[in-house]
Design a protein around this ligand. Structure first.
Ligand SMILES: [Zn+2]
Ligand SMILES: [Zn+2]
Length: 175
């Protein structure tokens, strides 16, 4: 049986990673594992921006795909960007199999607020489901509560659910 594989990129919090693994296994009803491999994202840094190019990270995770891979999601706490945007929460290959999500801007501390692990976990799960949704060929959804709604700020993420709306769900077999 193929697995959802999480690839740590640049030392993300192991407890957060394990929480996400369990949560995504339940959500997608698949086996999920954290790969023993890791990826050092230094090659993708843009020194002036102090950010990491998400498309370059997606290219670099390709060699980590193996015969057990259903979907491969890279998890990082580094700040991601693509050149036309100031930042991205994540990026994925439409139709799969790889994506990347960042917890960097999902932490309350990033906005000068007190740390809150539950808020962080919920946001990360929503963005992980969103990027996995893209790898399952889902495009952005007009339902602002659907995990496939686009988010350009955490306030938008907080409005979303970690699940898919009925029309997105009908397009993939996901709980
Ligand atoms: Zn998207
Ligand atoms: Zn939807």
């Amino acid at each position: 049986m193929k697995k959802l594989q999480l690839l740590p990129v640049g030392n993300p919090d192991p407890r957060l990673l394990e929480w996400l693994r369990q949560s995504l296994a339940d959500k997608f009803r698949v086996r999920a594992e954290i790969l023993a491999d890791t990826l050092d994202p230094t090659f993708a840094v843009h020194t002036e921006r102090q950010q990491f190019h998400s498309s370059e990270i997606i290219a670099a995770v390709q060699p980590h795909i193996n015969r057990d891979t259903w979907r491969l999601l890279a998890i990082t706490e580094r700040d991601l960007y693509i050149p036309i945007l100031t930042f991205v929460f994540g990026e994925a290959q439409m139709g799969g199999p790889c994506g990347v999500v960042s917890a960097h801007r999902l932490r309350q501390e990033f906005y000068g607020l007190s740390p809150n692990s539950e808020i962080l976990q919920e946001r990360l799960r929503k963005e992980a489901v969103h990027e996995i949704g893209h790898t399952l060929d889902l495009t952005h959804c007009d339902d602002y509560q659907c995990a496939m709604a686009p988010s350009h700020a955490v306030e938008w993420i907080d409005l979303k659910d970690s699940g898919l709306c009925s029309s997105c769900r009908a397009r993939v077999r996901v709980s």
